[in-house]
Design a protein around this ligand. Structure first.
Ligand SMILES: Cc1cc2nc3c(=O)[nH]c(=O)nc-3n(C[C@H](O)[C@H](O)[C@H](O)COP(=O)(O)OP(=O)(O)OC[C@H]3O[C@@H](n4cnc5c(N)ncnc54)[C@H](O)[C@@H]3O)c2cc1C
Length: 361
C-alpha cells in the first residue's frame, strides 16, 4: 500500500478546510488536503449571509463576527487576484424586518452605530416592495457572498498552489502517534499519509472521524433552502427564522429551516412549504415565485453555536477547524488565519478564546 508524507494534513474541503489549507500553504508548509465529496456538505448549501446581528448574545462574540466580516474585502480580492474568479460581495446591509408595530418598537430600540433604524417611509424608499412593513433594522455593513463562487475560487487557489495538493479520498481514521512519529492518516483505500500535524475540518462529520482525541460536541442541523426567480428585493432580509438573499442576477435564495434529523440530507416537500411560508412572511410574492431549485445541507452545530478552532488540549498535533454552525461562510477568512496562527504559534490578532476547544474539555 502506498504511503506519502506532508508537513500538515487537512481533512475536509469545505470552506473551513480550504481556507485552512490555503493559509497554511501560504505560510510555506507542504499541505495535503484530503477530502471526499458527500451529500449534505454545508459549504455549497449555504446561503452565504454575512450576518453579525443575530444569535450572538455576548458583545465579545458579536465583535469577533464583525472582525471576521471585515476581513472579507481583502480576502475576496486576494482570491480574485490569484484565480481571476470574481466573488460577488454584497455589503449593502442586512435588513431585519418589523411587520408589526410591536416589532417596530422592539427593533427601533436596538439601533446602534452598526444598526440603523429605518421607519416605514425610509424602508419603502430603500426597498419599495417592502412598503407593507413597519420598518427594519439595517445592519449597515453586513451582506452576503455567493458560496458556490467562493468554493470555486478557494479550490482554484489551492489547485494552483505550489505548496498544496489535493487527495480525493475518504479518511478512515487518524492516529496522532507520538510527537516524533507524527500523525498517521489512513484512507479507506488503504493508503496512508504521515504529517507532523492534522487539521480536522470535516464539518458535521468531524465528531465521528475515528481517532479524533476529544469528544467534539457537534450535531448536524439540517437546513433547506430554495432558489426562486425574483428580482423583487436588493437587500438580504431576515424575519424570524426566515431569510431572503437576492443574488443580483434574477435569482433569489429563500430559507431556511433548522431541523434535527441526524444525517438525513434529503430535502422534503414539507421543508419546501416551510421555506415558502418563511419567505412569504417577508414578501408575499416570494411564496409563489417560480422555483429554480431546492436543496439541503447539514450545519455543523456546537452546543454554544461557536466554532471549535485550535489545538487539542492533550494532543497538540491535532488541530480543530470545525463546528461552524450557521456562520461558516462568514468565518471563512478568519478560520484560515486562526489555524495558520495556531500552527505557527504566533500571536493572533483576534483573541480566539471563545472558539477554543478547551471550553469543551
Ligand atoms: C442550509 C444552510 C445555510 C447556511 N447559510 C449560511 C449563511 O448564510 N452564512 C454563513 O456564514 N453560514 C451559513 N451556513 C453555515 C456554513 O455553510 C457552514 O458553517 C460551513 O459551510 C461549514 O463548513 P465546513 O468546511 O466545516 O463543513 P462542510 O462544508 O460540510 O465540509 C466538510 C467536508 O469534509 C468532508 N469530509 C467529512 N468527513 C470526511 C472524511 N472522513 N474523509 C474525507 N473527507 C471528509 C466532506 O465531504 C466535506 O467536503 C449554512 C449552512 C447550511 C447547511
Amino acid at each position: 500500500m502506498s504511503h506519502t508524507t506532508a508537513d500538515i494534513a487537512v481533512v475536509g474541503a469545505g470552506v473551513a478546510g480550504l481556507s485552512s489549507a490555503l493559509a497554511l500553504a501560504d505560510a510555506g508548509l507542504d499541505v495535503a488536503l484530503i477530502t471526499d465529496a458527500r451529500a449534505g456538505e454545508a459549504s455549497p448549501a449555504a446561503g452565504g449571509i454575512l450576518d453579525t446581528g443575530h444569535g450572538f448574545i455576548l458583545p465579545a462574540h458579536r465583535e469577533m463576527m464583525r472582525g471576521a466580516r471585515d476581513l472579507w474585502p481583502a480576502f475576496s480580492a486576494m482570491l480574485t487576484e490569484r484565480t481571476g474568479v470574481q466573488i460577488p460581495l454584497n455589503r449593502d446591509g442586512v435588513l431585519e424586518l418589523a411587520t408589526s408595530i410591536h416589532e417596530a418598537e422592539r427593533l427601533s430600540a436596538l439601533a446602534t452605530d452598526e444598526a440603523e433604524w429605518l421607519d416605514a417611509v425610509a424602508l419603502a424608499a430603500l426597498e419599495p416592495n417592502l412598503a407593507h412593513a413597519q420598518g427594519a433594522l439595517r445592519f449597515r455593513h453586513d451582506g452576503a457572498v455567493n458560496p458556490l463562487v467562493l468554493l470555486k475560487a478557494l479550490k482554484q487557489a489551492i489547485g494552483r498552489h505550489v505548496h498544496a495538493r489535493v487527495i480525493s479520498q475518504t479518511v478512515a481514521s487518524i492516529d496522532p502517534g507520538s510527537a516524533a512519529e507524527g500523525v498517521t492518516v489512513k484512507m479507506i483505500d488503504g493508503t496512508t499519509l504521515t504529517a507532523m500535524r492534522v487539521v480536522v475540518a470535516c464539518g458535521a462529520w468531524s465528531g465521528s472521524l475515528p481517532g479524533v482525541p476529544m469528544h467534539l460536541p457537534i450535531s448536524p442541523v439540517r437546513g433547506q433552502l430554495m432558489s426562486v426567480a425574483s428580482k423583487a428585493l436588493r437587500h438580504v432580509v431576515m424575519l424570524g427564522d426566515g431569510y431572503v438573499i437576492p443574488r443580483g442576477d434574477g435569482r433569489t435564495i429563500i430559507g431556511g429551516t433548522e431541523e434535527h434529523m441526524g444525517f438525513d440530507v434529503r430535502h422534503t416537500e414539507e421543508g419546501a412549504q416551510r421555506v415558502r411560508a418563511l419567505a412569504a412572511a417577508i414578501l408575499p410574492a416570494l411564496g409563489t415565485a417560480g422555483m429554480l431549485s431546492t436543496w439541503a445541507g447539514l450545519r455543523p452545530m456546537t452546543r454554544d453555536g461557536l466554532p471549535i478552532i485550535g489545538a487539542d488540549a492533550e494532543v497538540p498535533s491535532v488541530i480543530y477547524a470545525c463546528g461552524h454552525g450557521r456562520n461558516g461562510t462568514l468565518l471563512t477568512p478568519l478560520t484560515g488565519a486562526l489555524v495558520a496562527a495556531t500552527v505557527a504559534g504566533t500571536q493572533q490578532t483576534t483573541d480566539a478564546t471563545p472558539f477554543s476547544p478547551l471550553r469543551f474539555t
